[in-house]
Each structure stands twice: as structure tokens, then as C-alpha cells.
Design a protein around this ligand. Structure first.
Ligand code: ADP
Ligand code: ZN
Length: 433
């Protein structure tokens, strides 16, 4: 079932024509209403009317997260303050938070895209949605909230925290869809075990997980533990919030990005050069419909690639592959590029379950050192020294074999790694330069 069948199945040429039309008017608007863009375009010697095709967009300058920070809080707004009905801020995972504004039309459009996304994930009007994304300045909670109402399903606005109470509500209310970060999904599972609630006691059938990178093995783990089909959702506050892209339940293979609202490119993060379809690089998004704060060629820092193969579900919007990580989360360890999600995959293969883990980077002399701290179950910890040593060796060996990196592995007691309710911070980089 499709929420907006006409727009979701637009033939490629019609979709392209629509994008170009929207792009032209968006460029006109930012050029005349946002001094930052007028200056940037003038410096690059380009006017909105010079853009005749979608490919011409590569002639325009990028917008970066730093530009949002430099123009904090309202410098990139394209409408007068009285047209703004809502403000949000990014969660500030990698520095100072950035502010985003919405007009009423932006808020309505977001709710519709979220409803589209929920339906693509398999949710229906009859579903009861347990929304454990944080409510507040972070876009996750409210984005999911209004999308669920737009779809006509029932929202349980539980937000983050109070994990023990969450699992009771999930059971008593008969929630059928769980929305949370993948790491919080695992925490909920732990709380279910403590409360002696089995997956058969729940009515969950879909899990919609996003806001942080997660691996294919974590998907299998979440599916087994919670008895759900685990769907990957992507978004970022600068562009809108959750619902920029989502996997469809049919293929569960790559995330459809709503191309009638967003124009996408993949670039080489070092050179800025646009890469051909299929190659991995940094995702760059131009908003086509945002009123309050349109962004042109925004560098998301998220690493992915475009999959243009038509999808079985019938949606014509192209898919992006699972986000491998953020370019600023990529660790360079003695010259080798490593994303936390790659390590996570290996840990799961070794242990059979996704552990809570943390990556500590230090420098000894001129050399980078990676320490992986992994929580292991209390049964193992109490008396099975041999098994612990075996596990430690296994992880070390596999990390070396698959990633080419030598790591120190430290097994730690259950619950000794701090839990967050929102995004988990996996990397602790103590290197000074
Ligand atoms: P912050 O940059 O402060 O975390 P946001 O709260 O807006 O700001 O989060 C957006 C970011 O979260 C994205 O740019 C991306 O790095 C990450 N993210 C969101 N969804 C996913 C996902 N499904 N997989 C991987 N990363 C994701
Ligand atoms: Zn699909």
C-alpha cells in the first residue's frame, strides 16, 4: 500500500521534470531572500537562471554544517519570523546544535512525508505506534508523532526514558509498531527480560529504527529479540527531520529517498567531486520544497551510495544504501578507515548477539591505539575464564582479518558501559591531534 500513490510512482522523466521546476523556484527564492545565498552565488559568479538542467546543480557552491553555525540562529531563514511556526535543533552529536525553522506548510509537508514513510514500512491505520524517540528540540519524536496521526494510526507518545515503564505500556497497550534508535531497541529488550515479558506477550510486528548507524547483523538481532520486521529510517534536522528516506517493507533493502522533495548527489568528501551512481561517498541534499529554511547542496557528512535499480514495491524513487557512518565518525587508525558499524558487525558474528560496546582511541607515541570495550553476560563473567579469553582472541583475530587493524579488546561487566536514551556515542577519541 502506498500513501501517495501518484507521487511515489512518478515515472523517472516526470520526476526529473518536477525536480527541475521545483529547483528553479527554490533557487530564485533563496537568492532573493537569504543574503547568505546571494553572496555565495555571486562569489561563484552564478545566477539562478544559469541552472538549466539538474546536472547544472554541480556548479553551485555547497552549504555546510558550519554555515548553519556561523548564521546561528536564524540567519538562513528565507521567510520573515512571523511565518515560522516551529523551531527544532539538531541533537548536537558532533558539536554545537544547529537551529531549524518550519512554516505551517513545512510542518504539514513533513507530516505527509512521514506518513508516506510509515506506510512504506508496513504501518497501517490500525497500528498502535510506540514512539520512543525523544520529544523536544530533537526532531525524532514530533516528526514521528505527526506522521502517525497523518496516517491515521494511534500514537503512544512515550518519548525516551523510563525504560521499565515503557515495556509495561508496550505490553498493556498492545503496541504493534516500535519507533526508537536501534540501541534503545536493545535496551528495551533487556528491560523486557528483566520484567519477564517474552516477545509472545507483545503484539509488536514492526520496528522502525534510525537516528544512528546500525549494522545488518544488528537488524537480525533486533528482529529475533523483539519479533519485529526491522526497518531503517533516515533523516536529519537540517533537511527536515526523520522521514527523508526509509526502507520499504517489501524489499527491506536500501532506503527510498523522497525525490520529489529532495535532490540528491553523492560526492567524494575530500575533493567535492560528484560521483557516478552506485559509488560510495558523502550524501548531498538540496531541499526542493522547504519554505522556511531551504538548503542548497547541503553536505550531510553521511556516507552512502545510490541504488537506481527499480524496486519491487513499485516506488520509483531511488534508494540509498544503509548509512555506513558519518564522515566525521570515520576513524582513521594507522591510516586505515574504519566505521563503528563495521566493528559492530564483527562483534555480533563473534558473540551471537549485539553487545554494548565502546571504542576508545588513544595515541601512544606516534601510533594510534584502538581499544574495544565489550560488555559480556554475567554468566560468562563469573566463572568461565577460558571462554572469556577465547572470545577476546576471536574478536581480535577477526578485527585484524576483516579490517586490517590491530585492536586491544577489553571485556567488561554487564551494564558497565553507559546507556543513552537517544543516540549512542560509540567513539571516545582521546587523541589530541
Ligand atoms: P546530529 O547531527 O546532531 O545528530 P540530527 O539529530 O539531526 O543531528 O541527526 C541526523 C543524523 O543522524 C544524520 O545526519 C545521520 O548522521 C544520523 N542518522 C539518522 N538516521 C540514520 C540512520 N538510519 N542510519 C545512520 N545514521 C542515521
Ligand atoms: Zn521499495
Amino acid at each position: 500500500m502506498l500513501f501517495d500513490i501518484e507521487n511515489e510512482t512518478l515515472p523517472k522523466d516526470e520526476l526529473g521534470a518536477l525536480q527541475l521546476k521545483k529547483l528553479s523556484s527554490q533557487l530564485e527564492r533563496v537568492y532573493h531572500n537569504v543574503p547568505f545565498y546571494k553572496q555565495k552565488f555571486d562569489e561563484a559568479g552564478i545566477k539562478p537562471e544559469d541552472i538549466h538542467t539538474l546536472d547544472d546543480i554541480s556548479r553551485l557552491p555547497f552549504t555546510e554544517k558550519q554555515d548553519l553555525r556561523d548564521n546561528y540562529p536564524y540567519g538562513l531563514f528565507a521567510v520573515p519570523e512571523e511565518h515560522i511556526v516551529r523551531l527544532h535543533a539538531s541533537s548536537g552529536t558532533t558539536g554545537k546544535a544547529t537551529v531549524v525553522g518550519y512554516t505551517q506548510r513545512d510542518v504539514n509537508g513533513w507530516a505527509r512525508l512521514m506518513a508516506r514513510s510509515l506506510m512504506a514500512a508496513g504501518a497501517r491505520r490500525s497500528d498502535i505506534v510506540h514512539n520512543a524517540y525523544g520529544y523536544g528540540l530533537f526532531t525524532g519524536g514530533l516528526g514521528m508523532h505527526y506522521g502517525t496521526e497523518q496516517l491515521g494510526a494511534t500514537i503512544v507518545p512515550i518519548s525516551g526514558g523510563g525504560t521499565r515503564r515503557q515495556v509495561m505500556i508496550m505490553k498493556d497497550f498492545g503496541c504493534t509498531v516500535l519507533c526508537s534508535t536501534p540501541s534503545y531497541g536493545l535496551q528495551l529488550y533487556e528491560a523486557l527480560q528483566t520484567a519477564n515479558i517474552s516477545r509472545e506477550d507483545l503484539r509488536l510486528r514492526i520496528g522502525i529504527f534510525g537516528a544512528e548507524p546500525w549494522s545488518p547483523s544488528m537488524r537480525r538481532d533486533l528482529e529475533n529479540k523483539l519479533g519485529v520486521k526491522a526497518i531503517n529510517i533516515y533523516g536529519l534536522s537540517e533537511i527536515m527531520g526523520p522521514g527523508v528516506a526509509i526502507e520499504c517493507q517489501t524489499a527491506q533493502d536500501g532506503l527510498h529517498i523522497w525525490e520529489d522533495h529532495f535532490l540528491i548527489e553523492i560526492i567524494n568528501p575530500e575533493t567535492g567531486e560528484v560521483l557516478p551512481e552506485g559509488e560510495q561517498g558523502e550524501l548531498v541534499i538540496t531541499t526542493l520544497q522547504k519554505e522556511a529554511q531551504p538548503l542548497i547542496r547541503y553536505r550531510t557528512r553521511d556516507i552512502t551510495s545510490i541504488n537506481a535499480i527499480p524496486c519491487r514495491c513499485g516506488r520509483t524513487h531511488r534508494r540509498i544504501t544503509r548509512i555506513a557512518g558519518r564522515s566525521d565518525d570515520m576513524m582513521i587508525i594507522r591510516g586505515v578507515n574504519v566505521f563503528p558499524s563495521q566493528i559492530e558487525n564483527i562483534l555480533l558474528e563473534c558473540q551471537g548477539t549485539t553487545p554494548h560496546y565502546q571504542l576508545i582511541l588513544t595515541r601512544e607515541g606516534a601510533l594510534d591505539q584502538l581499544e574495544i570495550r565489550i560488555e559480556v553476560g554475567s554468566e560468562l563473567f563469573s566463572d568461565k575464564v577460558k571462554q572469556l579469553q577465547q572470545l577476546e582472541m576471536n574478536v581480535k583475530k577477526n578485527i585484524k582479518e576483516f579490517l586490517g587493524v590491530t585492536a586491544k579488546v577489553k571485556l567488561v561487566e554487564p551494564f558497565s558501559i553507559e546507556r543513552g536514551e537517544g543516540k549512542t556515542k560509540r567513539i571516545c577519541d582521546l587523541r589530541t591531534t
